[in-house]
Design a protein around this ligand. Structure first.
Ligand code: ZN
Length: 548
């Protein structure tokens, strides 16, 4: 069975330029001067390792990826150059923002569901009936993260990544060992050595544990991780890399907020009997600045935060870690939120738009997932909001995290734990209003968008957000605090009681865009959707050689 080749007309130069323009080019710079000389030397092999991951991922994503790349590189016409740029941004010939439709001729019309993890002619049914015949250990391998499925004399067989990608992984392991020998940080040395060994042994457990213990000025995530590209089963892990520098100032801020979390819980605007006298430990949060991201992490819309590892065994034993890429967030803020704010805010409110307020609220959102009801009693049984609210849970929990994040920051202003005052409060709420439009642009089908619609409509109904006569929007500073408290109370009470009917009613009445909001969003069409990072710092350390 051959894959259907793309027979649709493909975009010509002008259209391709429009498609590319949805990703605003941003120069990514990271201050490496606080690093030790040893760590600065270690960056060079790490950047080379990240670039190697790009080529490895290209091969995982599509069997024709590497050949397609070199064919495009030889075409120096304006169309050829535009095609190369957009191919590189998508790490393949399918456009991430357009339902993964092909934008090149003579390639499959859509991304093969199983990427290059399975034979392209294999069906789901064939795989499933094959797996049933296997003994336990072999079944584990076949459905595991780190094997590809190939055909050998017509029969399916599982091939470990360490074998399939042996020559690339040998080079990659050597670069990680080189960096390990250069850094002066023991936890980074341990992680890099363990990961180098894992690439060649195919056993990633010890290196995932070492990654959890990693606490170093250079923060590295490299290897096979996310399974989204395996559209058949979600089993197979794509290679990606994030080479970053830890942001000590922001990491301290997280620690400071965390130390006040129990106090916030004790003061949540909810019936006291629902408050948790001892909140659970939260996954550690690291704030970093990205020097270079590659492979699966440099495809389409860019990642601004991630939770790893995915291996349940490591998560059970060591928990997981959340990494937040501050300069990626800032690039998105500059390229999308500032232009959005120029259309949705009145000119005099512009000065209240503030990146620190934006990022601090994101931190508060993450921490807020850790407070509020987690273990509840429903119908006399011990349960959780997730079990009781089922399909509604994600949207309600995202709305709760946003709102409790605002509530938390207001509480800390009021208690003088954070330097506050009317100006700081205006920045927080005005930036939140503008960023609401950024979230709502992505639609209300997904949890974050639906969660934001709930808040936006609730604030409109309370007069806390209102539309000006000229079509811009404003925060009513006399009403916003009360509205935040009331909505936090409603959301937390729905979670505490596991009240599905109340959750359903809230989503039905508030979970959709209203005409006035939809009209504003329609005026944002030409503003970039995301960013296209240019790794200025990485390129200065290790000049990229794109062999043209
Ligand atoms: Zn969240």
């Amino acid at each position: 069975m051959a894959l259907a080749q793309n027979s649709h007309p493909v975009p010509e130069l002008e259209e391709l330029k429009h498609m590319q323009a949805r990703f605003a080019p941003v120069q990514m710079r990271v201050d490496t001067s606080p690093l030790s000389v040893a760590d600065r030397t270690a960056l060079l092999p790490l950047i080379h390792a990240a670039r190697l991951v790009d080529d490895l991922f290209l091969r995982q994503y599509w069997s024709g990826g590497a050949e397609c790349k070199s064919k495009l590189q030889r075409d120096r016409t304006p169309l050829g150059l535009a095609r190369f740029d957009y191919f590189w941004l998508n790490k393949g010939p399918w456009s991430a923002l357009d339902g993964e439709q092909a934008f090149l001729p003579d390639v499959p019309a859509h991304k093969p569901a199983g990427a290059n993890f399975y034979p392209e002619d294999m069906t789901k049914e064939e795989f499933e009936s094959w797996v049933k015949t296997l003994p336990d250990a072999a079944r584990h391998e076949a459905t595991g993260f780190f094997t590809v499925i190939r055909r050998n004399n017509g029969k399916l067989t599982a091939v470990p990544y360490a074998t399939e990608y042996a020559s690339e992984l040998k080079k990659l392991a050597a670069l990680l060992r080189d960096a390990a020998s250069k850094t002066g940080n023991a936890s980074l040395e341990r992680f890099l050595s363990a990961r180098a060994a894992a690439l060649q042994s195919n056993d990633y457990y010890a290196s995932d544990v070492a990654w959890m213990d990693l606490d170093a000025p250079i923060d590295v995530t490299i290897g096979p991780y996310e399974t989204y590209d395996d559209g058949l089963f979600g089993y197979k892990a794509s290679f990606e890399a994030y080479i970053t520098v830890r942001d000590d100032h922001e990491t301290e801020k997280v620690k400071f907020f965390s130390s006040h979390l129990q106090e916030i819980e004790n003061n949540l605007p909810i019936d006291a009997k629902y408050r948790n006298p001892k909140i659970g430990a939260l996954a550690p949060i690291r704030v970093v600045n990205q020097v270079i991201a590659s492979g699966d992490a440099a495809k389409g819309v860019r990642t601004a935060a991630f939770n790893l590892p995915n291996d349940e065994r490591v998560v059970r034993e060591k928990g997981s870690k959340r990494v937040m890429l501050r300069n990626v967030q800032e690039a998105k803020y500059t390229s999308t939120l500032i232009p959005i704010s120029k259309r949705v805010l009145a000119p005099r409110a512009q000065s209240d738009l503030n990146f620190d307020a934006f990022f601090t609220h994101i931190l508060a959102h993450e921490l807020s997932h850790g407070i509020g009801p987690h273990t509840i009693v429903a119908n006399g049984q011990t349960s959780s909001p997730r079990q009781q609210l089922k399909d509604l849970y994600s949207a309600l929990e995202e709305a709760k995290a946003d709102i409790c994040g605002l509530y938390m920051l207001q509480y800390m202003y009021d208690k003088k734990q954070l330097a506050g005052g009317p100006a700081e409060e205006r920045k927080l709420y005005t930036t939140f209003l503008a960023s609401a439009f950024r979230s709502l642009r992505f639609g209300t089908n997904e949890a974050h968008g639906k969660g934001m619609a709930i808040q936006f409509n609730y604030f409109m109904d309370k007069g806390a957000f209102r539309e000006n006569a000229d079509g811009t929007w404003a925060v009513d500073n006399t009403r916003i605090k009360g509205a935040v408290r009331d909505l936090a109370n409603e959301l937390l009470t729905i979670e505490a009681t596991g009240d599905y009917a109340a959750g359903k009613k809230m989503i039905e009445t508030l979970g959709q865009l209203r005409p006035a909001t939809a009209q504003t969003i329609a005026r944002l069409k030409d503003i970039p959707t995301d960013i296209n990072p240019i790794d200025v710092t990485a390129n200065a350390i290790a000049p990229a050689s794109r062999e043209f």
